[in-house]
Write a protein that binds this ligand. Structure first.
Ligand code: GLY
Length: 259
């Protein structure tokens, strides 16, 4: 059984952090509808939803992915790179402590969950404006005893590693090679985003399905041609806040023995 932790959208979403996008008006009512459809899809795909209430004062708090790295053995509560996002972690830690032992990234380390791509026992971590070498080193130390490898990955021109690359099947990644060096991922089959859809590499795999924005039809066709089962969602409004489909949930497997 999978658990999906989500959080309602802050009424201050219009004040969100933006790094690579120009600010444009977000239709908040539409954002709520799209976010609820996303949550319904998670339920339809077999996830038990834990919907955290909105954090009114924290504009980016709908993007719960950035607050924790959840593995089978433990959860690492991050220290987000953007100062305005640091307070988001407390309520997520509170929700997670029923399911996992917790470890924490400490200053001067910073780490955003959006920078962490987990494939089996390997974690690829983007060296971004949000995640620094100290944060990555702390993650490596915390996970060493659980036999995970942690590889730092250089990025360019995008917010997080998972803006540039995500997993869409067992040994297959969806990638924008303009934003990340593909040589790090030479063990995988790589599917390129269509060059007219640079933001199309962020996909959320749930079992055999991939939740994917309807905004990227050309890349979607490439995925479907490769036999990937796509479930489309409208995610246009939170995309204006520089959030993708992975950003809006923390997916965890329900441990046999909760803490
Ligand atoms: N607005 C998403 C982020 O910058 O963290």
């Amino acid at each position: 059984m999978l658990i999906a932790i989500t959080r309602e959208i802050s009424p201050r979403i219009a004040e969100c952090e933006l790094t690579h996008l120009a600010r444009e008006p977000i239709d908040v009512a539409r954002a709520h509808v799209q976010h609820h459809q996303y949550q319904e899809l998670l339920t339809e795909l077999g996830c038990k939803l834990i919907r955290l209430p909105a954090e009114s004062e924290l504009p980016d708090s709908v993007f719960v992915e950035d607050t924790a790295i959840v593995l089978d053995e433990l959860a690492v509560i991050t220290r987000p790179g953007a100062e305005s996002r640091r307070a988001e972690t407390a309520s997520v830690a509170d929700a997670l402590k029923r399911y996992r032992k917790l470890a924490y990234i400490e200053p001067p380390g910073t780490l955003d969950g959006g920078d962490v791509l987990l494939v089996n026992k390997k974690l690829y971590v983007g060296l971004s404006k949000r995640s620094n070498p100290q944060g990555i080193e702390q993650l490596r130390r915390v996970l060493a005893s659980f036999d995970y490898s942690v590889t730092a990955v250089e990025l360019r021109d995008c917010l997080h590693l998972k803006s540039a690359v995500t997993q869409v099947a067992d040994k297959t990644l969806l990638i924008n090679r303009d934003w990340v060096d593909d040589r790090v991922f030479d063990f995988f089959k790589l599917i390129d985003v269509d060059s007219s859809e640079p933001f199309a590499a962020n996909a959320l795999r749930i079992g055999d399905n991939v939740i994917y924005p309807k905004a990227f039809p050309k890349t979607r066709k490439r995925l479907e041609t490769q036999g990937i089962k796509i479930r489309g969602v409208n995610a246009s409004e939170l995309a204006k806040a520089e959030g993708g489909v992975t950003c809006c949930s923390l997916i965890i497997s329900e441990a046999a023995d909760p803490v």
